[in-house]
Design a binder for this molecule. Sequence first.
Ligand code: PLP
Length: 388
Amino acid sequence: MRRTVYMDANATTPLLPEVMEAMRPFWMEHFGNASSIHQQGQRARTAVDQARETIAEFFGCHPAEVVFNSGGTEGDNTALFGLLHPGDHLITTSIEHSAVLAAADRLAAQGSITTTKVDPRPNGLIDPMDILRAIRPETRLISVMFANNETGVVQPVEEIGKIAAQTGVFFHIDAVQGAGKVPINVSRIGCHLLSISGHKMHGPKGIGAMFVRKGTPLEATSVGGSHERRRRAGTENVPGIVGLGKAAELAMHSLETGAMHRLASLRDRLETGLLDRIPGTGVNGAGAPRAANTSNIWFDQLEGEALVIALDLKGIAISGGSACHSGATEPSHVLMAMGVDKNRARASLRFSLMKTATDEDIDYVLEVVPSAVDRLRELSPVLAGTAG
Ligand code: PLP
């Protein structure tokens, strides 16, 4: 029977009903500006303060170290633009999201900074020793992601945090894909900055938060009013902030109650099921620690985008490469950096499960994908034998 199965959670997730309910009064009833002193304003201020406390608990930091912003891209951009000065050296990785890579490239093009992009090992893991080896006297910032958006590989951020502390270098983590899937504790990691985004964790789009360790000399990238302790000017997105707070509260509850173990076993069943049923398949990032919801699978002798379209017609939503690049035909920069062959990278697809995924979802995908792959392989003999 035809179903609708959404397995593109790393692109975005829907609001959970509780998030929607928490936000609802703040669009029309409690619409005040959190900077106003009247009752409407104070009602909004209280809601923002409460959400700040929840996010502080989510990060493991003090509420004064939480800055609300518009999402992951802004957090990543702010870490680089707000901390780096002319002459500084940045260490990042070749598998970051474009929100980090493009910011680094812009600063480099302006002649302002130099950048080292550390490559991962073939399993997608960054070796902390490669970070250590890249450090120079003028290195000011290390920016490494928590979980990769394409492979789900979880990076050794605690070890990198130790290196940053020992060498006196600031450390930013893009935790957009880790948040809600892996517990975050900024004091244990020892990072100075960390970015998250609401819409990747069943919160609203266009809202995010950043941990900014007390004393970190981060310059605001938007100036004007004195919002967010002068770290990010602009009237607060109160409904968004309330929604992010609720999403973080639910995420903490899910992590505490073992939701990720359940998700990992569903993901593993999906993976072994596909690999057993379809010859010429494998998992990118196999063997590395991975976020419980993500599986990046290669299908030899197949054009990945063709399978995305074929599955869409059957009601299954998955993604080839990272969502932000869909439409582009370039193979994934993440897989290429892992040393995956170009054809195999093009034939790789990302299945990213929502935490609400069910056994029936997995059954349906296991029923539909093998025959769809068979059909496409028969239709495109040109590709036969090209991937390796
Ligand atoms: N960082 C990572 C790892 C992501 O996956 C994304 C979105 O795909 C972003 C940053 C950008 O986040 P946002 O969509 O909130 O701007």
